[in-house]
Ligand binder design. Structure first.
Ligand SMILES: Nc1ncnc2c1ncn2[C@@H]1O[C@H](COP(=O)(O)OP(=O)(O)OP(=O)(O)O)[C@@H](O)[C@H]1O
Ligand SMILES: [Mg+2]
Length: 243
């Protein structure tokens, strides 16, 4: 079960209204596509919902419990994990250590041995098993994003936020990644996916929410939402990409 609601979230950076009164919900079992042009507030919304940023105002409720302003590590423990658009690995560790070290902390800390075993399985799941004992410096950007994914999955979330994990892939890799996201979803994880590639979002999402300049401009059925004139104008007209 996972039921996430957010009401009237506001987050300003100086004069920039990154979130300007954003309300919405993530329902159990869905794949929510979160789209919008560059700078529309997608990553800021993930940052606020995951506790990485504190909102200026507004409320976040997970399974009926108010989690507004709760620190990120507590929110992870409650079952909400995320990847970062710009990967943030521990740069002096190996790939395996990057996934296993967080598992040794938190609500149910694993022993170092258990953590390494679980980390190896998640690296395998994302196809990085060959890099397990390599330093982070040997991974390219795409692999670093998959490392983020392995780390997020290792936290065994109920809700997983993916912030442009598929960007920079070639078309064949995109197809493989779409299948991987489906497998994650099939395992019972609710997903929120941010992605600029329209075909990725429309092929995966069961619902789409569109942000533009910090406001929600559409929310609903993927096919219908992506055809709305205001969405075409705000997003597709300027930013359509294909792969
Ligand atoms: N930490 C920050 N400090 C200052 N400004 C920020 C910060 N984070 C986001 N912003 C600004 O807030 C606005 C929304 O940014 P955000 O990263 O949420 O957009 P986005 O929809 O994720 O864009 P993109 O598609 O390019 O990733 C932008 O104008 C951005 O420059
Ligand atoms: Mg972003």
């Amino acid at each position: 079960m996972a039921d996430l609601r957010f009401e009237d979230l506001v987050k300003h950076f100086g004069g920039v209204h990154a979130l300007d009164g954003v309300s919405g919900h993530v329902d159990d079992g869905e794949i929510l596509g979160l789209v919008g042009p560059n700078g529309s507030g997608k990553s800021t919304l993930i940052n606020v919902l995951s506790g990485h940023y504190e909102a200026d105002s507004g409320r976040v409720v997970l399974d009926g419990e108010d989690i507004t302003d709760r620190p990120a590590h507590r929110i992870i423990e409650m079952g909400l994990a995320r990847t970062y658009q710009i990967p943030r690995p521990f740069s002096t560790m190996t790939a395996l250590e990057n996934v296993s070290v967080p598992l040794m902390f938190g609500a149910e800390p694993k022993s170092p041995g258990e953590a390494r075993e679980a980390a190896r399985e998640w690296l395998e799941f994302v196809g990085l098993e060959a890099y397990a004992d390599e330093p982070i410096t040997s991974l390219n950007l795409h692999q670093l994003k998959y490392l983020e994914l392995a780390r997020a999955l290792a936290a065994r979330p109920r809700i997983l936020f993916l912030d442009e994990v598929l960007s920079g892939l070639n078309p064949a890799e995109v197809n493989e990644s779409i299948e991987m996201v489906r497998r994650i979803h099939d395992s019972g994880i609710t997903i929120v996916i941010v992605e600029h590639l329209v075909r990725v979002v429309t092929s995966l999402a069961t619902r789409i929410m569109v942000l533009d300049r910090g406001k929600v401009i559409a929310d609903g059925d993927p096919g219908e939402v992506m055809r709305l004139p205001e969405v075409v104008t705000a997003y597709l007209g300027k930013r359509a990409q294909s792969a």
